[in-house]
Design a protein around this ligand. Structure first.
Ligand code: PAZ
Length: 357
């Protein structure tokens, strides 16, 4: 970029947090998380941190332009609902304005809720009532507000979403946090992870957010909007530090950590997921490819001891592969969601993880 002159460098997590400033709202956000975790500990609940949605990388300090990461937040919002249903408390750390648990069913783009409302025509309109009392000395009764009802076809589904939503509010088992930039995401992830360490093995991390691999350090950002007119723009970005490393080894070594690996070339899914496990030593990597992610995922985890011992040829498997697939042709009225099976499987494994402490 024309007005960014400093050299690029490689950031470790430590040097990243030492040089990139923390978001102003961090302390208040973490106070809320702290109180939430205390309540869940008292209630003896497992807590899962679900990250969801994409992060942005600003190109200017006064941001006009930024790079973004795809992700509507469907995976995260849907998964959060299944965790809540299973009795987990959920910290839902999501990209601002991305999909959220419960309200996702009536997303303004795919399923606007106004489509399911109708005005009940059986009630008299206000003009009818006014004309019935033209000469009376008594004040006209207040015109009844026309009733708004939910279309018959949508009632059952709305009722079940609404009941689940109200129950979660009543039990206070869902805590929302939002981020926009990759910097906000990283600071929040570190602070929330540290708070969750008091939960020991009862903490689960479900890192489904699509996080940028590259960023521009604040020291190299142009203060004002980058001006055009100087020809082409070239940007050299630095690598975002590999945050799973300190999460696994320092911030909460007892936590059950599930990361995601997204690829567009399906043949890379398994090797890349295995590489991530080898590098960071956590519990599960879920591989998904962009075009089939709603119907097929693979869970890669360290091979169980018994499986390894069973191998008779002496070549011990290092990793277990567990595919989860659903039929892509789902009925629109009651579609099966792959997250239901993913969460059931993870909860089973988390339970074993807790019991094996
Ligand atoms: O949010 P969404 O449902 O549109 O997409 C989910 C996803 C593909 C971002 C997620 O499943 C995932 O793979 N997250 C990690 C992406 C990564 O490799 O950084």
């Amino acid at each position: 970029m024309s007005d960014t002159t400093n050299e690029s460098q490689t950031f470790s997590a430590e040097s990243y947090f030492a040089t990139q400033s923390q978001p102003p709202s961090l302390a208040a956000d973490i106070q809320g998380v702290h109180e939430f975790i205390q309540r869940q500990r008292q209630a003896n609940r497992c807590v899962v941190l679900v990250t969801s949605g994409g992060t942005t990388v600003p190109l200017e300090l006064n941001v006009v332009r930024f790079l973004d990461n795809f992700s509507a937040g469907t995976r995260g919002a849907t998964s959060a609902e299944y965790f809540l249903k299973a009795g987990y408390a959920v910290i839902f750390m999501h990209r601002q304005f991305s999909l959220q648990p419960f309200s996702r069913h009536y997303s303004h783009t795919t399923n606007p809720f106004l489509n399911f409302l109708e005005v009940d025509a059986s009630l008299p309109s206000s003009s009818t009532i006014d004309s019935a009392y033209p000469y009376s000395h008594d004040p006209a009764p207040m015109a009844p507000t026309p009733q708004i009802t939910v279309t018959l076809a949508e009632r059952a589904r709305l009722l079940s979403v609404l009941r689940a939503y109200k129950a979660v509010h009543e039990q206070e088992t869902l805590h929302m946090l939002s981020f926009v930039t990759v910097n906000e995401y990283l600071w929040l992830l570190r602070a929330v992870s540290r708070e969750m360490s008091v939960l020991g093995r009862k903490a689960m991390y479900y890192l489904a957010a699509a996080v940028s691999d590259f960023f521009l350090p604040q020291q190299r950002l142009s203060e004002h909007k980058i001006q055009s007119g100087k020809g082409s723009l070239s940007i050299e970005m630095d690598q975002v530090p590999k945050i799973l490393k300190p999460l696994v080894s320092e911030w909460n070594p007892e936590g059950f950590i599930v990361s995601f690996k997204l690829e567009t070339d399906e043949t890379l899914l398994v090797p890349k997921a295995q590489q991530a496990l080898e590098r960071y030593g956590h519990q599960v990597v879920i591989g998904n490819d962009l075009h089939h992610r709603k119907y097929r995922v693979v869970l890669i985890s360290p091979a169980a001891q018994e499986d390894a011992a069973k191998q008779s040829n002496g070549v011990l498997p290092k990793y277990d592969k567990f595919w989860i697939e659903i039929n892509p042709n789902q009925p629109s009225s009651h579609p099966k969601e792959i997250e239901e099976d993913i969460i059931n499987e993870l909860i089973k494994r988390h339970k074993t993880w807790i019991e094996s402490a």
